[in-house]
Design a protein around this ligand. Structure first.
Ligand SMILES: Cc1ncc(COP(=O)(O)O)c(C=O)c1O
Length: 419
């Protein structure tokens, strides 16, 4: 491990929480060099919804590679991209009655966020954007400007102008309607909040602590955006691709965002790709106005096309919802047994957060879980929320085993902190 300390930048982070040398992965498991098996509740921060080395997706990628097909193509038209667009239309968009154009951006989520923000400003010819407390949208300058956490914000000594932060749903507790709060700001020429081009939000703030927006809040926000002629951008990078039990996280709310940002698991087995879905009337880009060398990752198109097979019927979505309820029940049990340590359970589908009263306890629980061969990370502005993000394809027994490991870890930390 010496080479990592000597040669890799101090910026490395996940490897500090899970300090072993990983060498292989299959389904819901990672393996280290000694052959130890770790259950993965991190899933590449939401990039591995279909598991590590998913057999069907891997096979499609291998066949494509063996055929000497095009790997890199800038934004040239290729067979792989054509198939992806056709499949995405027929499997995702058309069955939902959604008419969106697809913009391929550079392959990180942050670059797709940059593109969406730029386009919204271009369409509305306004500068301001509304973002929410504890939102996370990436760390390039524009994306960082709409990210709330001061840990990230304070390291960039640049202007991050033209973003107004408003309270997310539940920020002041259940009784304060933060859409009404925003409406008051927008309707008052003395509020100091300029009419924005766009509102950008996550339906569930994953990095921000697994904060779940209610369906009512999402509907009211969408209506408010219409009322004030503001574009609504939903960042579905982490909680899209089926994570909440439907392909898009906002489907149950029945809203129709002007733009949707997707990345992470759209690439099937962790291959980098990011895209913006935009309503056709907003497609005012001039050719090449938001360009980038790696917008044509054909291997990712192939993986993404194969991964969409999971959305040809309702089986995976139903399983995510069913397992999500099991997960919620078990986490509620853990909370009930540890009222002094655990202050909340939040989530939907297969993303859940277990909130601890103290950051140190949450850290210790993650450490104990890793000692028991479970990889599970923390999130939230105080890093006191344990984030459950298993692959959507996880077997029920593995899911329950992972939760049992967390229960044991909480008990062990509880005993240690009491003694
Ligand atoms: C909701 C959301 N938006 C944007 C990003 C940024 O994506 P990337 O790290 O690929 O730039 C993330 C990454 O975690 C995310 O969760």
């Amino acid at each position: 491990m010496d080479i990592f300390q000597r040669r890799e930048s101090e910026v490395r982070s996940y490897c500090r929480s899970f300090p072993v040398l990983f060498s292989g992965a299959k389904g819901s498991f990672l393996f280290d060099e000694q052959g130890n098996r770790y259950l993965d509740f991190l899933s590449g921060a939401g990039s591995l919804n279909y598991g590590h080395n998913n057999p069907a997706i891997k096979q499609a990628v291998i066949e494509y590679l063996q055929g000497d097909n095009i790997l890199h193509s800038l934004d040239l038209s290729t067979v792989a991209k054509k198939r992806f667009l056709e499949r995405f239309s027929s499997v995702v968009l058309e069955p939902r009655g959604m008419d969106y154009k697809v913009q391929f951006t550079g392959p990180t989520g942050a670059n797709a966020v940059e593109a969406a923000l730029k386009l919204a400003r271009l369409v509305k010819r306004r500068s301001n954007v509304i973002a929410f407390t504890n939102g996370y949208h990436g760390l390039s300058s524009g994306a960082l400007a709409v990210t709330g956490n001061s840990f990230y914000r304070s390291e960039a000594f640049i202007h991050r102008n033209n973003v107004s932060f408003l309270p997310f749903d539940g920020y002041f507790g259940g009784d304060v309607d933060t859409v009404a709060y925003l409406r008051r700001f927008l309707g008052d020429s003395g509020s100091g909040v300029d009419l924005p081009a766009a509102v950008i939000l996550e339906t569930i703030q994953a990095e921000g602590g697994v904060n779940v927006a209610s369906l009512l809040w999402l509907r009211d926000m969408a209506a408010l955006c219409k009322e004030f002629d503001i574009l609504l951008i939903v960042d579905d990078i982490q909680v899209g691709n089926g994570r909440t039990g439907s392909f898009f996280s906002f489907e149950e709310a029945g809203i129709a965002p002007d733009m949707i940002v997707l990345s992470k698991s759209i690439g099937g087995i962790g291959l980098p790709i990011a895209l913006v879905l935009l309503k056709p009337e907003h497609d005012v880009w001039k050719p090449g106005e938001h360009t980038g060398t790696f917008r044509g990752n054909n291997l990712a198109f192939v993986a993404a096309t194969e991964a969409l097979s999971y959305w040809e019927n309702a089986a995976l979505a139903q399983e995510v919802r069913r397992k999500g309820l099991l997960l919620r029940d078990r986490l509620e049990d853990i909370r009930a047994g540890n009222p002094a340590l655990i202050t909340g359970v939040r989530g939907k589908g297969l993303i859940y957060g277990l909130e601890f009263a103290a950051e140190a306890v949450c850290k210790a629980v993650s450490g104990e879980a890793f000692a028991r061969q479970l990889v599970i990370e923390r999130c939230g502005p105080k890093d006191n929320v344990l984030k459950f993000l298993p692959p959507l394809t996880i077997a029920e027994e593995d899911l329950l085993h992972g939760v049992a490991v967390v229960a044991e870890s909480v008990a062990s930390v509880g005993v240690k902190s009491a003694s």
